[in-house]
Design a protein around this ligand. Structure first.
Ligand code: DX5
Ligand code: ZN
Length: 216
C-alpha cells in the first residue's frame, strides 16, 4: 500500500500568493496537493476551477489530487485533466452511475477516486469499487473547511480496509493532530488537511506534527 501522506487542501490558503503557498508547502514536506473544486450547486460554497489548476500545474511537479464537489463531474472531467489533474475524485451522491462515471474518467488517463459524505452509506459504492483507485471518506459534510470531525468516517475506513486491503483510502475534513492518528489506525493512507496547516504560521511544524502522528 501507499506510504501514508499529508495532503494540504488548497481551500484556506492565500489565493493572492498561490505560487508562494505552493513553494512553502513543498519546503514543509508536502508532496501531493489536494484541490477543492466547488460549484455552488452540489455544495453551497464556490471555489475555483480549471484556470487555477492549470496555473498550479505550471508551478509545481507535485501530483494534483482534485476533489470535485460539483453536480456534473463528467462535464468538467476532461477540462480538469487537460488543466493538469493527476487524480480526479467525484462524489457518489452527484452521479447516477458511479461505475460508468469512473470508467469514463479513467479513459481520460488519470486515477479515479470516489468520495462519499458522512451521511452516505458505504453500500452506495458497491457497484463501482472494482473500477476505482481510491475512496475519499468525508469526515465532514463537503463544502467548507474548518468543520468538526465526524467519527463515522473511522467506521467506514475500517470496513473498507478490511474488505479491500489494496484500495487507496483518503480522509478529508477536520483532520488535525488529534484525529489523524485514529484515521491512520483505521487504515487510511492519505490525509487531507486544511485548517490544521493554514491556520498556522509555520507550515513546517504544522506538517511535521501531523506526519509524526502517522509515522509507523
Ligand atoms: C471540505 C474540503 C476539505 C477541507 C478540509 O469540503 O473537501 O478539503 O478543505 O479542511 P479542514 O481540514 O479545515 O476540515
Ligand atoms: Zn477536499
Amino acid at each position: 500500500n501507499a506510504a501514508p501522506a499529508v495532503l494540504p487542501s488548497l481551500l484556506l490558503c492565500d489565493f493572492g500568493d498561490l505560487k508562494g503557498e505552493v513553494a512553502k508547502l513543498h519546503d514543509a514536506g508536502a508532496r501531493v496537493l489536494h484541490l477543492d473544486v466547488m460549484d455552488g450547486h452540489f455544495v453551497p460554497n464556490m471555489t475555483y476551477a480549471m484556470p487555477i489548476v492549470e496555473g498550479l500545474r505550471r508551478h509545481t511537479d507535485m501530483p494534483l489530487d482534485v476533489h470535485l464537489m460539483i453536480s456534473d463531474p463528467l462535464k468538467y472531467a476532461k477540462p480538469m485533466v487537460d488543466a493538469g489533474a493527476d487524480m480526479l475524485t467525484f462524489h457518489v451522491e452527484a452521479v447516477r452511475n458511479a461505475a460508468e462515471t469512473a470508467d469514463l474518467i479513467r479513459q481520460m488517463g488519470v486515477n479515479v477516486g470516489v468520495a462519499l459524505n458522512p451521511e452516505t452509506p458505504l453500500a452506495s459504492l458497491r457497484e463501482c469499487l472494482a473500477d476505482i483507485d481510491m475512496v475519499l471518506v468525508m469526515s465532514v459534510e463537503a463544502g467548507f473547511g474548518g468543520q468538526k470531525f465526524n467519527p463515522i468516517a473511522l467506521e467506514k475506513l475500517r470496513t473498507l480496509r478490511s474488505e479491500f486491503p489494496d484500495l487507496l483510502l483518503e480522509i478529508d475534513g477536520g483532520i488535525d493532530a488529534t484525529t489523524i492518528g485514529p484515521a491512520r489506525a483505521a487504515g487510511c493512507d492519505l490525509f487531507v488537511v486544511g485548517s490544521a496547516i493554514f491556520k498556522k504560521h509555520d507550515y513546517n511544524s504544522a506538517i511535521k506534527a501531523l506526519t509524526d502522528e502517522i509515522a509507523a
